[in-house]
Design a protein around this ligand. Structure first.
Ligand code: CU
Length: 315
């Protein structure tokens, strides 16, 4: 040690600087790998994200269950980061805006790698600095240092560790795209050459895929099946049932049954129509005696039963 040369001192200083920087060596290797492999849009890394229940920037529990059926972008950050986390977060904020612009439904999750200092309040004020919209962007904490290091390694093959020489953390700088089944699809550079358009395009594709595979996820938003009966013509009126759901015509109802009778008479007539065109099921009446009639249509579509009633008269 006494004989330590100036060159050696310089080298130590350089090493110190390298370690203190946010991007890990593993990340640099990943970047190299990304370039050489030229990952295509359909290539899936196919890593399964481990189940978790952490704490969000509101101090509320946030678990992977809340991401079920949803597509999400994610990264690892900490609010006291002196290097890459601020630009990474600004990039994520830009992506959030772009997703809104393209009407893409996706969530964003930023995991703190410094859970001791990153309280929910701290994360919230950090997010606010970047105009993060917390409705679909979740900043997570509420675990031990060991837990987040293992989680990052197991689920994202990402290194996270405390820098022994400073108060900084060494962590990967990727943005990951996770599909609705909790599989990591892709990894992008989150700092320097962020492929914004590509990320938005891939997220859109994954979100469309999610809707296709899991229409149930929209069940809460699904309105009940709607039926509108209209009657046109006098002597032998045509009765039309327009069946729709969420403004979309339903052309394959389980059952559309028209049943009508003359007021005061017991005799009913029934016709079942199986297929609609543009959601319209038409019944042409015939041989009707003059009088007042009542018509009902039973419609069973998508498990929902609805039965409107209408009156008409034949002269
Ligand atoms: Cu950082």
């Amino acid at each position: 040690m006494k004989k330590r040369s100036t060159a050696c001192l310089l080298l130590s200083a350089l090493l110190f600087l390298l370690l203190a920087s946010c991007s890990s060596q593993e990340e640099h290797e990943n970047m190299k790998m990304d370039k050489s492999k030229d990952v295509k849009a359909n290539d899936s890394l196919n890593w399964k994200v481990d189940s978790f229940t952490y704490t969000d920037e509101e101090g509320k529990p946030f678990s992977i269950e809340q991401l079920k059926g949803k597509v999400w972008l994610t990264n690892f950050i900490f609010t006291n980061c002196k290097t890459v986390c601020p630009p990474m977060t600004a990039h994520m904020a830009k992506l959030q805006q772009m997703l809104v612009g393209e009407k893409i439904t996706a969530e964003i999750v930023s995991f703190s790698v410094d859970p001791k200092r990153d309280t929910p309040e701290q994360l919230r004020s950090f997010g606010k600095k970047f105009n993060s919209d917390f409705t679909n962007w979740h900043f997570l904490t509420g675990y031990s240092q060991d837990e987040i290091e293992n989680f990052a390694k197991d689920s994202f093959k990402a290194a996270v560790s405390a820098d022994p020489t400073s108060d900084q953390f060494i962590h990967g700088t990727s943005i990951y795209l996770v599909n609705s089944k909790g599989k990591v699809l892709r990894r992008y550079d989150g700092v320097q050459n962020v492929p914004f358009d590509e990320i938005v395009k891939d997220t859109k594709a994954a979100a469309n895929q999610a809707v296709k595979e899991n229409p149930i996820q929209n069940e809460e938003e699904a309105q009940p099946v709607k039926v509108e009966l209209t009657i046109s013509g006098n002597n032998h009126p045509a009765i039309k049932a327009a069946v729709s759901q969420n403004g979309e015509p339903v052309n394959a109802a389980d059952e559309v049954l028209f049943e009508w009778w003359r007021s005061g008479e017991k005799k009913h007539q029934k016709v079942e129509i199986k297929e609609g065109k543009n959601g319209i099921y038409t019944l042409k009446t015939h041989d009707l005696k003059p009088g007042k009639y009542v018509v009902i249509s039973h419609v069973t579509a998508r498990g929902m039963h609805t039965m409107p009633k209408k009156e008409f008269s034949v002269k």
